[in-house]
Design a protein. Structure first.
Length: 410
């Protein structure tokens, strides 16, 4: 009997799997920690002057950081920046997510004191007074951006690059959308139902191209200094690239592929998709762990989501759409927020079953055609009874960012 420990929130749960069951375990690669990566990247920016020369003529600086749903080590990056003598505002790019709690905000910023003795603002995509209209992208996205972006003389963007289930990759060029209006985000995300909007894909990906259009509309490349990082399996910095917003992102994409793409021998009958903090906050965020592993799941297979979901469902838009369609692909209504997530999840439910080990009330999961479990062991035992003892199990230990790719198609 193989005994395996599986992360569940801040703790571990034990799972017993019979030795005769073929089991494969994958996670992000254990790349080395490079504690000097950020400093080195700041000393040698990509296709850009140094941070010192960037800020020489700029008094008002806006620092953009990710919110509590991202693993980005913003606090570490902020400590590397010398912005003395500058008028600094730090803005938390929340997109459609809730505002961080005070504890979460302190973790993002590295303490209770605002960085650089400046101001801290939390973006609210639902507050029309915060945004300014600048035009439409070529795909029709109405772009309304936070006014702080226009008041700053220089913008420092702090991000991390990981695979993303419809944008291809997070980070870099996408920073404007989490600082835009809800309307802008919904219009951008409506392209997620396009089959070209998929994980690891940038060329021809309409979401990525919409991000690039937004950057071109904003048209302030010389005023943006980017600091992007790639994390290892323990969410420690293993690589960093600074400088130009596009080139720094591109460099990190290549490293992210090395870390997060995990080759597996073949598709599995049962995939255990483990969501680690902070993506396990709610079902809305945990959906990424469902979509990220789908390429490694056989048709008629069983996907077991393991995610504590202490904040519950999260944004209820996608949930309500799924519940009303009873887990079937919803009728096209891409102007409704959450439609993209509902569509992606329904596509998987068409060809496989989803079990979920969470702290959510069972009836909430049953209403969207997901089978609820309080015990991972029982979920796996039931899956093996349904699929047979000769089934293959794949365990993805950090499925929010890991992409298992089968070497064989069957």
């Amino acid at each position: 009997m193989s005994k395996i420990e599986i992360p569940y929130g801040p703790s571990l749960v034990k799972l017993d799997i019979a030795d005769e069951v073929v089991t494969e375990v994958v996670s992000p690669k254990k790349t080395r920690v490079d504690e000097s990566a950020i400093s080195k990247s700041l000393s040698h920016p990509t296709n850009f002057g140094t941070l010192e020369s960037f800020g020489a003529s700029k008094k008002k600086i806006l620092v953009v950081v990710n919110d509590h749903t991202r693993p980005t080590p913003s606090a570490i990056v902020l400590k590397k920046l010398d912005l003395s003598g500058k008028d600094v505002t730090t803005i938390v790019a929340t997109g459609t997510h809730r505002s961080p709690t005070q504890t979460e905000l302190s973790k993002i910023l590295g303490g209770a004191v605002p960085p650089f003795r400046g101001r801290v603002i939390v973006h609210d995509s639902r507050d029309a007074a915060q945004v300014k209209f600048i035009g439409h992208t070529s795909r029709g996205t109405k772009l309304l951006l936070n006014r702080q972006l226009f008041e700053a003389e220089g913008i420092i963007v702090v991000g991390s690059v990981e695979p993303h289930y419809f944008a291809g990759f997070t980070g870099g060029r996408k920073f404007l959308l989490p600082l835009s209006s809800l309307e802008s985000i919904v219009m951008n995300h409506s392209h997620a139902v396009d089959e070209r909007s998929r994980i690891l894909a940038l060329d021809g990906n309409p979401i990525h191209e919409d991000f690039m259009d937004a950057l071109n509309l904003f048209d302030r490349y010389d005023d943006i200094f980017s600091i992007q990082v790639v994390l290892n399996s323990e969410q420690q910095v293993s690589f960093a690239s600074s400088g130009h917003i596009i080139q720094s992102f591109t460099e990190c994409v290549e490293r992210a592929k090395e870390v997060y793409v995990a080759p597996v021998e073949s598709k599995a009958d049962v995939v255990i998709s483990v969501t680690r903090p902070p993506l396990d906050l709610d079902l809305y965020q945990s959906q990424k762990s469902i979509d990220n592993v789908k390429l490694a799941l056989k048709d008629d297979g069983i996907l077991i989501l393991v995610s504590k979901c202490p904040d519950g469902i999260g944004d209820k838009g996608f949930y309500n759409i799924l519940a009303s369609s009873k887990g079937a692909p919803p009728k096209a209504n891409t102007c409704e927020f959450g439609f993209h997530k509902a569509w992606k999840m329904a596509e998987i439910l068409k060809r496989a079953r989803i079990f979920a080990v969470t702290d959510l009330p069972p009836e909430l999961l049953s209403a969207i055609s997901i089978t609820p479990y309080s015990s991972l062991q029982k979920a796996v035992d039931d899956a093996l009874r349904l699929k047979g003892k000769d089934s293959k199990i794949l365990i993805v230990r950090d499925a929010g960012v890991t992409v298992p790719l089968p070497k064989k198609s069957t």
